[in-house]
Write a new protein. Structure first.
Length: 217
């Protein structure tokens, strides 16, 4: 699916979030706290925008972006060149040794993995002691009225926009379905704690429609 929508993925993200998706990535990247010349990891990097956000926070860090959607990464290479080292791989079985990255980030991917807990286990494994894991994800807002308004927009207008811009109606019908079926923020934070992360925290962005999680190894 992501291979199919790669040509319009960045445009659709910008339209769907009214241009705010990059600001959310930058806010999450600041929580990751990359230091000078550290090694950082962006999981399910796609076209590399989260990796680039890490470089905005710390231009000297070395960022590895991992994904198995090759067409997405090809577009990322066109945008960012050698600034990001793109690697093909599965985040449920990372091709890296233990304890190597100072920070690890991912954006809008937890809904799409087969096993969320196993994903956190792998994130924990490759982080160095004291390393920070940050995940950014879409969620349903809490306030009842705003939740209703958001549902009308996200479940009805977004699929139509997606069909118009990407030519792939199924992909953007899947998006709201995956958000509706996903775990609550409290459950995700509990999973992070269960695999060993400490000082786990989360807070909402974008009027409560996105949530960023952070934990320390």
């Amino acid at each position: 699916m992501f291979e199919r929508i790669a040509p319009r993925y960045d445009l659709m993200n910008a339209v769907m979030t009214f241009g705010q998706h990059q600001a959310c990535r930058r806010a999450a990247a600041r929580l990751a706290r990359p230091s000078r010349e550290c090694l950082a990891l962006d999981l399910a990097t796609g076209t590399g925008d989260f990796a680039a956000a890490l470089l905005e926070v710390e231009p000297t860090c070395r960022v590895v972006g991992l994904d198995f959607a090759l067409e997405m990464m090809r577009r990322g290479q066109t945008k960012y060149g050698a600034r990001v080292q793109f690697v093909a791989g599965d985040m449920l079985c990372l091709p890296f040794p233990d304890n190597v990255f100072e920070c690890s980030v991912n954006g809008f991917v937890l809904r799409n993995v087969a096993d969320v807990r196993a994903t956190f286990v792998e994130m924990y494994r490759v982080l160095a002691p004291g390393g920070r894991a940050v995940s950014l994800e879409i969620t349903l807002p809490r306030l009842p009225v705003w939740r209703t308004v958001f549902a009308l927009y996200f479940e009805h207008l977004v699929p139509r926009l997606g069909e118009w811009l990407s030519g792939d109606p199924q992909a953007y019908r899947y998006l709201p379905q995956s958000v509706r079926a996903f775990h609550t923020p409290e459950h995700i934070a509990a999973l992070m704690g269960a695999v060993g992360f400490r000082e786990v925290s989360w807070h909402r962005l974008m009027l409560g429609t996105m949530v960023v999680y952070c934990g320390i190894k």
